[in-house]
Design a protein. Structure first.
Length: 481
């Protein structure tokens, strides 16, 4: 009986302090995205392996849609809510990455089959995850359309690949038809377009309207280098490659942090690396820094600043690689879990905080690599603090910036900070980050202390009683003998 009482009390105590994570995602700002190169992730169906050569960086390595389906729990457990996959259209013999398209209406058998794709999307949906596919505007030089003289204005040659001219009305119609067909056939949740600087505004707006009419909650994501006219375009999420690359360079080493201008309050996405860049780990190594330390710091900034985080597969294990095919190395699932554990914690904190996902953000301080960012949404305020320096540092924030009679409750490293002399003194160890929930200062938590005394006191009494009972039983047994 005593054990049941103690277990109940402990259960009530811990339940009272478990943070509640909001699972209802209201907009694309609530997403955390995992970007996967299908052929370099997981081989789930060896029957579709063709001419695999792990010593050739331009060869197919066996990764496929079935492998992705098998790894849905792995991806979800890290806190990701959307999976972006590289193109899976039929490609030429060098198109392991999916960008050397030779037929937009066929799935390459080396990536899997249509039934496998549908099942993968179905299983992702069961886990409340979305699947977005990259739709490239490049084709192989072997694409049959290049032999059609009526389409000679459709293309511009770019090395071994050929680029579709999206300013051509017929090309726009072709992309619209391809996009609608794949939504109908597979129930995809979105498209990711890279290199969208030359996409006409009318074309983007039409794509958005057509795809959203086709499926509610559909995501249209564009990646480019120009965002001056982004408000006139109907992207659900815009990923500024130029700014993300600049951010990566700064986060790859200690010291100064990226400027707040990189984080507008519009729906913007940001990354550390992707299929078109070198690996973040390589950038870190070139700066002669430690990959695990820098990756954890960069992920904290990515998750807790303001933009939608887009994490390229392998970042969670500090996968290395230079530009081009070297950045497309095979995933290793047996690596050090340190980054994965930290990333998972960040995802939980981000999911809990509406102010981070959808609120307004203001930079309160940025001095010697110590940045302080205030997030505000209706009914919630949080303070993200990052020390990107090799020294222990203290940020001093005026009480007027936070409010009177408030306390800061740490969510990554814990701890409570209260105002002293009209200031909040926030100390962080070298190369570390924390985010604080701003709440009314209630002083000493008498209820919590009372509960702790009651529970542990009751547990101690139970142990003493149990010990006495054991001694009594031994005496009785001894007398019987």
């Amino acid at each position: 009986m005593g054990r049941k009482v103690i277990s109940l009390l402990l259960g009530l105590l811990f339940v009272s302090f478990i943070p509640v994570q909001a699972d209802a995602r209201e907009s694309i700002k609530d997403e955390i995205m995992y970007y996967v190169m299908v052929n370099r992730f997981q081989n789930g169906d060896e029957s579709n392996d063709v001419k695999i050569d792990y010593n050739n960086p331009f060869s197919f390595y066996g990764g496929d849609i079935k492998g992705l389906e098998n790894r849905i729990p792995y991806i979800k457990d890290m806190g990701f809510t959307t999976i972006i996959i590289t193109p899976i259209f039929k490609n030429d013999e060098r198109g392991y990455h999916g960008y050397n398209v030779i037929d937009h209406y066929q799935m390459d058998e080396r990536f899997g089959t249509f039934p496998q794709l549908k099942e993968f999307i179905k299983q992702a949906h069961k886990e409340d995850m979305k699947v977005v596919m990259e739709l490239p505007v490049t084709v192989s030089e072997k694409h049959p359309m290049l032999e059609d003289l009526s389409k000679e204005q459709w293309f511009t040659e770019q090395g071994e690949r050929v680029e579709l001219q999206v300013k051509q009305p017929d090309v726009q119609k072709y992309i619209e038809e391809v996009g609608e067909w794949w939504i109908e056939q597979t129930n995809l949740d979105g498209y990711y377009f890279a290199g969208v600087d030359d996409f006409p505004a009318a074309f983007v707006n039409r794509l958005s309207q057509q795809f959203h009419n086709k499926k509610a909650g559909f995501y249209l994501i564009g990646e480019g280098t120009k965002d001056s006219d982004i408000e006139s375009l109907s992207w659900d999420l815009f990923v500024n490659q130029k700014q993300s690359n600049a951010q990566t360079q700064q986060l790859s080493k200690g010291g100064a942090l990226p400027q707040l201008s990189y984080h507008s309050n519009e729906a913007s996405g940001t990354f550390l690396d992707n299929p078109r860049t070198e690996r973040f780990t390589r950038t870190v190594l070139d700066a002669k820094e430690h990959p695990v330390v820098r990756t954890k710091q960069a992920l904290a900034y990515l998750y807790l600043s303001s933009s939608v985080p887009i994490v390229y597969y392998g970042t969670e294990i500090a996968l290395d690689g230079g530009k081009g095919s070297d950045a497309h190395r095979l995933m290793n699932f047996q690596s050090n879990p340190e980054i994965i554990e930290y990333l998972t914690k960040l995802a939980g904190v981000r999911a809990e905080l509406l102010s981070v996902r959808q609120g307004d953000v203001t930079q309160l301080s940025d001095d010697k690599g110590m940045g302080v960012y205030l997030h505000k949404s209706k009914g919630e305020k949080t303070l993200f603090v990052i020390n990107n320096d090799s020294r222990v540092q203290v940020a001093q924030i005026e009480e007027k910036e936070i409010g009177e009679d408030q306390e800061l409750r740490g969510l990554i490293e814990g701890g409570i900070i209260r105002s002293q002399g009209g200031q909040y003194h926030i100390q962080l160890d070298s190369d570390s980050s924390n985010i604080y929930r701003i709440a009314e200062d209630k002083g000493v938590n008498i209820w919590y202390i009372s509960m702790m005394v009651f529970v542990y006191g009751g547990f101690l009494i139970f142990l003493i009683a149990a010990s006495k009972k054991r001694k009594k039983d031994k005496l009785i047994n001894a007398e019987k003998q």
